[in-house]
Design a protein around this ligand. Structure first.
Ligand SMILES: NC(=O)c1ccc[n+]([C@@H]2O[C@H](COP(=O)([O-])OP(=O)(O)OC[C@H]3O[C@@H](n4cnc5c(N)ncnc54)[C@H](O)[C@@H]3O)[C@@H](O)[C@H]2O)c1
Ligand SMILES: O=c1ccn([C@@H]2O[C@H](COP(=O)(O)OP(=O)(O)O[C@H]3O[C@H](CO)[C@@H](O)[C@H](O)[C@H]3O)[C@@H](O)[C@H]2O)c(=O)[nH]1
Length: 447
């Protein structure tokens, strides 16, 4: 099949590459000409394990193309994915200006005798498929063309996680397709056939249900995390160990082991904005989604849960203190720093007069572009420790899990670690003589 993907950011690039990998011819369109030039010349624009190999192979085999020209990009395609940003607007609801802007452009480009399926791949509020449909018809009408029947708009939300995006896309737990058109249903079923394994279904439904499925899934996962973060806080107050509680609770199949890890809050480009957008959508229909308001409130405070512990340890005065920070990305295996808890930690520390030297295996360039010399950057995790009064861990990169503790001891000024991701066994690290504080684990509380 010939496919166009409009928006070549995270989701667009993974979507385009994976569809090319299954033998389709894909043209990715983006307004960012620097990005398009880089991609055309074989330079990948995001760090995502496993993606570069597929990207280069499909580029070389001429199945994957990039352009800034929307008209040229969609010309031969029977399927057009919209993988455009849906950032929070001023009031927190999803801003549809990118999606509806491109929809209006499509209205002037589609032809009455060349049926195409337009797919909302972006995370969009309930009713967006109808709005996209209306925007296309409206702009065509202005140009004197009646496009009724010449296209269908389908909701096909994306569930990939950054860091494991290729696997998530190639072997999805499920594919959700929202459409009331039989023609579109057939095309979408064929398109996804190579990706679904036995037992991992393509679930067809109406457009509105598909749109809500995406928000409900993200919000449920965020709820799990905020719930466990509250359990962790309670563990600290009651002298229990959240690692034990997590294992005990997660062994129940009805609950499941995954997404129960407490930490310094959820971040990234999806959970914070999507939970907020669902609350806004609920408010618009006068529904007060109480649980989600609490989920957001817990997450806001959790991002700085380590901070009072750090301040207490230094007797309330952080002025002139210097900290090593391991991890800047919002989670491991990505260079994405959108809503990264580490950035909130940096703000809190520097506001109190402390200085920070950070190391992250992939995300330092993105942080440099955002906050520049507000902090200093180290060449490796051990260099970051030089002259620091304590080490703070904000992201659970694998290389931080089994560090050379002797090197840490010989480089840090004090044997003090504040761990926002519970990387180390409490008893083992205390045996090494560290003052160690983490999230919700009793031995760090009961002295
Ligand atoms: N990042 C994820 O892990 C993830 C996972 C699932 C769903 N989503 C959803 O997918 C959507 C896209 O997310 P993303 O992270 O890929 O965004 P992104 O910001 O990484 O990429 C968006 C791209 O769209 C381009 N763009 C903007 N306006 C354009 C236009 N008029 N024409 C062509 N290109 C244009 C931008 O230049 C950018 O390259 C969002 O709705 C997001 O919520 C993201
Ligand atoms: O037990 C856990 C699991 C995750 N997190 C945090 O939650 C955030 C999000 O993690 P994750 O879901 O792995 O990353 P994303 O790439 O943001 O993926 C989420 O958001 C995407 C965009 O909508 C969806 O497609 C995915 O299904 C959904 O998992 C990160 O800050 C994690 O540190 C925790 O604190 N504890």
């Amino acid at each position: 099949m010939k496919i166009a993907v409009v928006g070549t950011g995270y989701v667009g690039l993974v979507t385009g590459t994976c569809f090319a990998e299954t033998g389709n011819t894909v043209t990715c369109v983006d307004i960012d000409s620097t990005k398009v030039n880089k991609l055309t010349n074989g330079e990948i624009t995001i760090y995502e394990p496993g993606l570069e190999k597929l990207f280069l192979r499909n580029l070389k085999e001429d199945r994957l193309h990039f352009t800034t020209d929307l008209a040229a990009g969609i010309k031969d395609a029977s399927i057009i994915f919209l993988a455009l940003p849906t950032p929070p607007g001023e009031d927190g609801s999803a801003d549809l200006k990118y999606i509806l802007g491109v929809a209006s452009q499509l209205g002037t480009l589609l032809k009455t005798d060349d049926y195409k399926v337009i797919i909302d791949k972006s995370t969009v509020p309930v009713g967006t498929a109808e709005k996209v449909n209306a925007a296309i018809l409206e702009s065509a009408k202005k140009a004197g063309v009646n496009l009724t029947g010449a296209f269908d708009v389908v909701s096909n939300p994306e569930f990939l996680r950054e860091g494991v995006a290729v696997d998530d896309f190639m072997k999805p737990d499920r594919v959700v397709i929202g459409t009331s058109s039989e023609k579109a249903k057939k095309l979408m079923g064929d398109l996804y056939a190579p990706f679904v394994r036995q037992g991992n279904p393509v679930i067809f439904m109406d457009e509105r249900s598909a749109e809500l499925t995406k928000y409900a899934a993200n919000s449920f996962l965020a709820t799990k995390i905020s719930f466990m973060n509250e359990v962790a806080r309670l563990c600290e107050l009651l002298g229990a160990d959240v690692d034990m509680v997590r294992r005990g609770v997660g062994s129940d199949d009805r609950i499941g082991k995954r997404f129960l890890f407490p930490g310094i809050g959820y971040g990234g480009s999806c959970f914070p904005k999507d939970v907020q957008a669902l609350v806004k959508s609920s408010n618009e229909v006068k529904y007060d989604f109480k649980i989600l308001n609490a989920v957001m409130e817990v997450n806001e405070t959790q991002k700085l849960h380590l901070f009072p512990k750090i301040k207490n340890y230094f007797k309330g005065d952080l002025k002139g203190k210097h900290f090593a920070l391991w991890g800047l990305a919002f989670k491991p295996n990505t260079d994405d720093i959108r809503e990264a808890p580490a950035l909130y930690m940096i703000d809190a520390l520097t506001a109190e007069g402390a200085t920070v030297t950070a190391f992250d295996p992939e995300a330092m360039n993105n942080v440099k572009k955002t906050i520049g010399d507000k902090i200093t950057y180290a060449e490796n995790q051990y260099a970051a420790l030089q002259g620091a009064d304590a080490l703070i861990i904000a992201t659970e990169w694998n290389e931080f899990r089994t560090p050379d503790f002797l090197k840490i001891v010989s480089t840090l000024k004090n044997k003090t670690i504040f761990d926002g991701r519970n990387l180390f066994e409490v008893s083992a690290i205390r045996e090494l003589g560290f003052h160690y504080e983490s999230i919700g684990r009793a031995p760090s509380i009961i002295k």
